[in-house]
Design a protein around this ligand. Structure first.
Ligand code: NAI
Ligand code: MG
Length: 335
């Protein structure tokens, strides 16, 4: 039995976590869940959106399955998701996007995995006013270090090797941001030399955006800086059906967090309309991470079977006529 921390989260988080847990149990996953709290519910009931006990549990058990958390807009506490990434130095955000059967999309044969650097770049919000009094002139600072670039690029190459992938594409804007993304590119070229069996290419981010829409099937493993990765990984999800059907992992050297990338969907919470697929795909990455690949493969096959034969059981967001419950039961029946 592997101990794994489980945060159901807010809104639909509770329904989809229940669905995913049921499927994993029926598939024979050897997991003992350690339930912990975070998000708006924890804030309202326990006084903190990220209680110390939750942080301690993640530190101890190292692996976390996390449902979506509500972040109040404008006021209130800061994003717990960002806090978790920073606290545990979860530097690699891994987002696979793969064409699924019977999901409406003009894009076919998409099968890419984006590695987004999660701790630096322009995304970290190091901003200031040049004229504090008038607030007419703002500046933002992008931070890129050799060390952080190397660990994310290496993670992408290691993934390519262990997952039988052929190519790593590095995305940058080194023609303009010559120091910051230029450094990222230089580190990429150096690391690539150590992986002779993996093809390496680099693309400028605007060209990448066009290529992903025109020829998404040409991409395999992609590695890029924080802000570019934020945008391109959502684009990649959009190619295969959206945030409701793609999973994500945030990996550090010690801890790993597997999460749904969509939010808590307060508009449909409690109505049985929530699609558990995104969290389910994230949980398959979790199973792989803890060495239970066989269970992950079986569930993956059952999801595909459910999508192909029984679209009637799927939730309305992907054109189905079913509910969270009917989808969950259909996957279990197809195991
Ligand atoms: P959202 O992703 O919750 O919802 C956007 C739209 O997609 C809604 O119409 C919703 O019904 C639908 N949707 C999302 N997930 C779905 C699912 N699994 N099945 C079916 N439909 C689904 O984004 P929104 O409304 O911008 O944010 C709501 C709350 O979630 C906010 O408090 C936000 O801060 C939080 N949030 C949390 C994230 C996380 O914990 N990783 C990520 C994004 C938002
Ligand atoms: Mg994003």
């Amino acid at each position: 039995m592997q101990k794994v921390v489980r945060i159901a989260g807010d809104g639909i988080g509770i329904e989809i976590t229940e669905a995913v847990s049921a499927i994993l149990e029926q598939a024979g996953a050897q997991i003992e869940w350690i339930d912990a709290r975070a998000g708006l519910g924890a804030y309202e009931e326990l006084g903190s959106p990220l209680p110390d006990e939750t942080v301690a549990a993640i530190r101890e058990y190292k692996v976390l399955l996390k449902g979506p958390l509500t972040t109040p807009v404008g006021t209130g506490f800061r994003s717990v998701n960002v806090a978790l990434r920073q606290h545990f130095d979860l530097y690699a955000n891994i987002r696979p996007a793969r064409t699924l059967p019977s999901i409406d999309s003009p894009f076919k044969q998409v099968d890419m995995v984006i590695f987004r650097e999660n701790t630096q770049g322009l995304y970290i919000g190091k901003e200031h006013w040049v004229d504090e009094d008038k607030k007419t002139h703002a500046e933002s600072i992008a931070v890129v270090t050799e060390q952080a670039s190397e660990r994310i690029i290496r993670a992408a190459f290691e993934y390519a090797v262990t997952h039988d992938r052929q190519k790593v594409s590095l995305v940058h804007k080194a023609n303009i941001l010559k120091f910051t993304t230029g450094l990222f590119l230089e580190v990429g070229k150096r690391v690539a030399k150590e992986y002779g069996s993996i093809e390496f290419e680099d693309l400028i981010v605007d060209n990448m955006a066009m290529q992903m829409v025109m020829r998404p099937e040409r991409f395999d493993v992609v590695v890029t800086t924080n802000l570019f990765g934020d945008i391109l990984s959502d684009l990649a999800s959009g190619l295969v059906g959206g945030l409701g059907v793609t999973g994500a992992a945030n990996m550090g050297d010690e801890q790993a967090m597997f999460e749904a990338v969509h939010g808590s969907a307060p508009d449909i919470a409690g109505q049985g309309k929530a699609n558990p697929m995104a969290l389910l795909f994230s949980s398959l990455m979790l199973l792989e991470h803890i060495g239970q690949n066989k269970v992950a493969n079986n569930i993956s096959k059952a999801i595909y079977k459910t999508l192909v034969e029984k679209k009637v059981y799927c939730t309305p967001d992907i054109g189905g006529k079913g509910t969270t419950q009917t989808f969950t039961q259909a996957v279990i029946d197809n195991l």
